[in-house]
Structures are given as structure tokens and as C-alpha cells.
Design a binder for this molecule. Structure first.
Ligand code: PMP
Length: 322
């Protein structure tokens, strides 16, 4: 049996990536319009969601606040991106933002625990219709408890797999199908001892990691590739640009070449789950241990999302306490 198969065989030993919760089977799930027992959330084998893996989704993060409330980061922007992904794949959305928000809050109330933060995966599955005819979708929310600590620095490599171009599978659509390549890259990474992988685009320039944007510090500035390089339009990245403005740190959006990764002063990842995660090495080439700019941004981000030091760039949707 190969090493990869051994890692897979014990799911408690692996998470779904840096910053991600370890595998869990929660008691409750939001399915078919309400919070129901986990076992009740089943899809028919003939659904396009199953046959062609047709879905769009969002990863949402909720944090316990300094004042004891519980808040989700940029819920409205996540809803807006879910709508954009759905529209690009001709999937109807039949619920408003308010309905989406109250579904997230209902599931949170069923699942949350004082000592953990919460990650919610909001997935729109296509449950009726085929090839765009008679399409009906259903919103499913699954929630997973997360440690309150910030993500640890990670060891990465550059994958041999490439991010698809806009004409093949637009990276700005957050659909499960776009993560098949992430899965291949993660399996490849594990076989080489890396926790996550960076994918290049069709032109061989840096795209993104399997679940986050890449940040490259050179000459006192943070650089990150634009979405036209094969990158999901990231909500966290927009926030970091604004936090950078406040901290006097320039975040420059420009194409990045592979060789820049190896000579950078700092490299990290950013996204809802990974927040700002520093990278210790890429392809066994160590990076400098000190990461002043990325740590500065990461700490400011955490202080804002946890309500320790609020910032106008970070909007929180607070779960009502009734
Ligand atoms: N790229 C990919 C492939 C992702 O899965 C994510 C996480 N959603 C990101 C980038 C970062 O996006 P966001 O900041 O909106 O979480």
C-alpha cells in the first residue's frame, strides 16, 4: 500500500487543507429548507449534482467575538459570489440574502460550541433537470467546528497540475468541479510531504493554491496575481488590500512568475479558511523564517474578524441571541 493510501485510510489524521477543520460528522445539517438530522440530507442518484457533480458553493467562517457574540465574516459578499457562480452555470437561486442569512444562523444555533469557531460550507446542489433544462437547486449548509487558534505555517510545493483557463472552466466560478484539480494537487503534495500545493496557470505563471490566494513579498510590498491569472475572486484578498492601506503595506495585484516564489522575502496564502498563513518552504527550498509583513496583515485580520479591533473593511453578520 502506498503512503498516500495510508494517510487516506485514517480520516482523523488529515484535514481538508491548511486552516480547515478535521473531518467531522455533525448532528445537524440545513437541507431542503430547514435544519434536519445529518442522515436525512440525501440526494437522488439521478440528480445532476451527482451525475455531473453540478454545484456551486461558498466557505463561510464564523468567529466568537470579544463581546461574546458570534459573527460571520462578509456573509453578504459570499452570497453575492454564490449568485455569480450560479448565474455563470445557469443554476437558479430562489432565496434572498435574508433567507440565506437566517439559514446560516439556524444551523449555527444548532451546532456552535463556546470553545470553537465554525466553518460553514454553503452548497447549491442541482437536484432536478439535466443540461440546463428544468433546473432546480437546493441550498445545503454543513457546519464544522474549528479550533480558535490561527493556522500554523505550512510546507508547500508547486504542483505539476495546472489551473484551468477561463475558456475551459472559469476559475471565478466556485464550483466543486473546479476543485478536482485541487484534489489531484493535494494528493500529489502529500506523496511529496507537502501540506498544500501552489498551482500554475496555463502560461506557467502562479495562479493560486488549492484553496487560497498566493501572497508574495518582495521589496517591501505584497504581490498577488489578478483573477485573470486563474484565481478565484477572493473576498479575503479585498479585505487585506484595505487593511494594508491602514497599515501602510502596499498590496500590488500583478502577474507572478514561478521563480519569484523561490527568491521572495515572504510567501503566504490568504482566504477565508487560511486567513493569512505563512509558507515555510516551497519545493524543499526554505523561505526566510521572519514574515513581518504577512504576520502584520494576518494579526490585523484576526483582530478585526474576532472583534478585538474592528476595522471598516471587515463586515460581520452577528447571530442573534434569542
Ligand atoms: N482560491 C481558491 C481556489 C479558494 O478555494 C479560495 C477560498 N474560497 C480562495 C482562493 C480565497 O477566497 P476567499 O478569500 O473568498 O475565501
Amino acid at each position: 500500500m502506498s503512503d498516500v493510501a495510508k494517510v487516506d485510510a485514517d480520516p482523523t489524521k488529515w484535514s481538508t487543507g491548511p486552516g480547515a477543520p478535521r473531518l467531522q460528522k455533525p448532528d445537524w445539517v440545513f437541507f431542503a429548507g430547514e435544519v434536519r438530522p445529518w442522515e436525512d440530507a440525501v440526494l437522488h442518484v439521478s440528480a445532476e449534482a451527482v451525475v455531473r457533480g453540478l454545484n456551486v458553493f461558498e466557505g463561510l467562517k464564523g468567529y466568537w467575538q470579544e463581546d461574546g457574540r458570534f459573527g460571520f465574516v462578509h456573509l453578504e459578499r459570499h452570497y453575492a459570489r454564490l449568485c455569480r457562480s450560479a448565474s455563470l452555470l445557469y443554476i437558479p437561486i430562489t432565496f434572498s440574502y435574508d433567507e440565506f442569512e437566517s439559514a446560516c444562523f439556524d444551523l449555527t444555533k444548532a451546532l456552535y460550541q463556546p470553545e470553537k469557531d465554525l466553518y460553514i460550507r454553503a452548497t447549491l446542489f442541482v437536484v432536478e433537470g439535466h443540461y440546463g433544462e428544468g433546473t432546480k437547486s437546493d441550498l445545503v449548509l454543513t457546519g464544522y467546528l474549528q479550533e480558535k487558534e490561527p493556522p500554523e505555517p505550512i510546507v508547500t510545493g508547486v504542483s505539476t497540475w495546472r489551473r484551468a483557463p477561463d475558456l475551459a472552466m472559469p476559475p471565478r466560478i466556485k464550483t466543486g468541479a473546479n476543485y478536482q484539480v485541487a484534489r489531484l494537487a493535494r494528493i500529489e503534495g502529500r506523496s511529496r510531504g507537502y501540506e498544500d500545493m501552489i498551482l500554475l496557470n496555463e502560461s506557467g505563471r502562479v495562479a493560486e493554491s488549492t484553496g487560497a490566494c498566493v501572497l508574495v513579498v518582495r521589496d517591501g510590498r505584497v504581490h498577488t496575481p489578478p483573477s485573470s491569472e486563474g484565481v478565484l475572486e477572493s473576498i479575503t484578498l479585498d479585505v487585506l488590500c484595505e487593511l494594508g492601506d491602514s497599515l501602510g503595506i502596499d498590496v500590488v495585484v500583478r502577474p507572478i512568475e514561478r521563480s519569484e516564489l523561490y527568491i521572495a522575502d515572504e510567501v503566504g496564502l490568504t482566504g477565508t479558511l487560511v486567513e493569512v498563513t505563512s509558507i515555510l518552504s516551497i519545493d524543499d527550498r526554505p523561505l526566510p523564517e521572519e514574515t513581518p509583513l504577512l504576520s502584520g496583515l494576518g494579526n490585523r485580520y484576526r483582530d478585526a474578524v474576532k472583534g478585538v479591533d474592528p476595522h471598516p473593511a471587515v463586515e460581520l453578520a452577528m447571530v442573534p441571541t434569542d
